[in-house]
Design a protein around this ligand. Structure first.
Ligand code: PLP
Length: 370
């Protein structure tokens, strides 16, 4: 008898070590089932939606979808360049920042050049390492009862874990799923300890939401530390998650290496146009920030008043430590059309991540808590 065909046995070494992304629930089916009362608080999407200017720009570009997009994304890069004060040669565009995080490992890490990240750092970091066939080192996080950053990045321990062969360090500031952050000064201190041949990636997916004292961006350190790389996304505050677009700021030589492996048309024309238009809508961006700031504080208070432990957050979500297994909690809400994310995959089985959705969604969450 011949054995049943199974391509899993044929996967290369790097892929053998990986598991497919867990998409959570079947959202299209749930939208049909629950309609308008479904509360989608699982993916950190922005309930205000994109800028109307982005919507208009995207619609206009639909006429051109029979053409390939600009492989250089020149118009968006120029816009980013003037908005942020960085040279065009130091900007790389990605199909979401996820793609850029993967690309960095593919270009710079390998079996002899490990990747370092924090325990409870963003899930893509170890996957990027594995896909590149590189060992990854998960540095123990700060303790659960840390006053400022429970489960957060321990920068001293991360610096100590860097060896002469470490090629990449991934940090997320603020981090998903913990919501925690470190200050600009702490990052500067960290960069002073890391050798120049170790690239330090700071994932700033939630940058547009931050307002804590001492926290702005790693971008200002790019000039002093050529090994620093900053990634950002249009998926969160700009509410363009469905279009898949992000960007990376780096030394031009880092961008040039990534350019060798980047797919020529990795970012579609609709995304390019919408992202560019978004950058021009300062008013919408301010509204997004203020709304999130207000509703995040309100949600944290409401949850705390119900006896739940809410961790500090500089993002558009809250990590809630239930002190007990989160599976039953999540299932209870799910049956009532409220979607939150248990952090089992992160080995934080007693926590759930809850996005700061619309007030109506958050009300339904509070009404349906177990
Ligand atoms: C959401 C998120 C991303 C961005 O993902 P995209 O691929 O740009 O949609 C990157 N890093 C972190 C930490 C995130 O939470």
């Amino acid at each position: 008898m011949t054995a049943a065909f199974d391509a899993a046995t044929l996967a290369n070494r790097a892929t053998s070590a990986l598991r497919a992304y867990d998409p959570g629930h079947d959202l299209p089916a749930l939208r049909l089932q629950f309609g308008a009362v479904l509360s989608e608080l699982g993916s950190n999407e922005n309930p205000l939606g994109p800028s109307p200017l982005a919507m208009r720009a995207a619609t206009r570009v639909l006429e051109d979808i029979w053409r390939y997009p600009d492989p250089l994304g020149a118009a968006l890069k120029h816009r980013l360049s003037s908005e942020l004060g960085v040279p065009v040669s130091g900007i790389t565009l990605g199909n979401g920042s996820h793609e850029l995080l993967m690309l960095l490992a593919q270009c710079f890490a390998d079996a002899d050049h490990p990747v370092v990240h924090s325990q409870y750092g963003f899930a893509v970091f170890p996957i990027a390492a594995a896909a590149a066939g590189a060992p990854s080192v998960a540095v123990p996080a700060l303790p659960a009862d840390h006053p400022e950053a429970p489960y957060g990045h321990d920068l001293d321990a991360i610096a100590a874990a860097v060896t002469p062969s470490t090629r990449l360090v991934y940090l997320a500031n603020p981090n998903n799923p913990t919501g925690t952050w470190f200050t600009d000064a702490a990052l500067e201190d960290f960069l002073g300890k890391v050798p120049a041949h170790t690239l330090v990636v700071v994932d700033e997916a939630y940058h547009e939401y931050v307002d804590a004292a001492g926290l702005s961006t790693a971008m200002h350190l790019l000039g002093r530390f050529p090994n620093l790389i900053v990634t950002r996304t249009f998926s969160k505050a700009y509410a363009l998650a469905g279009l898949r677009i992000g960007y990376m700021l780096s030394h031009p030589s880092v961008a040039a290496v990534c350019e060798r492996l980047r797919e020529s048309f990795n970012v579609n024309g609709v995304a390019l146009a919408a992202a560019e238009a978004s950058l021009g809508d300062h008013e919408h961006r301010a509204r997004v920030r203020e709304t999130n700031h207000r509703d995040r504080a309100w949600l944290a208070d409401e949850l705390t008043a119900r006896g739940l432990r809410v961790l500090p957050s500089q993002t558009n979500f809250l990590l809630v430590d239930l002190g007990r297994d989160a599976v039953a909690f999540e299932a209870h809400l799910f049956e009532r059309g409220v979607i939150v994310r248990p952090m089992v995959g992160y080995r934080l089985p007693h926590t759930v991540r809850i996005s700061v959705g619309s007030r109506a969604e958050l009300q339904r969450l509070l009404e349906n808590l177990p």
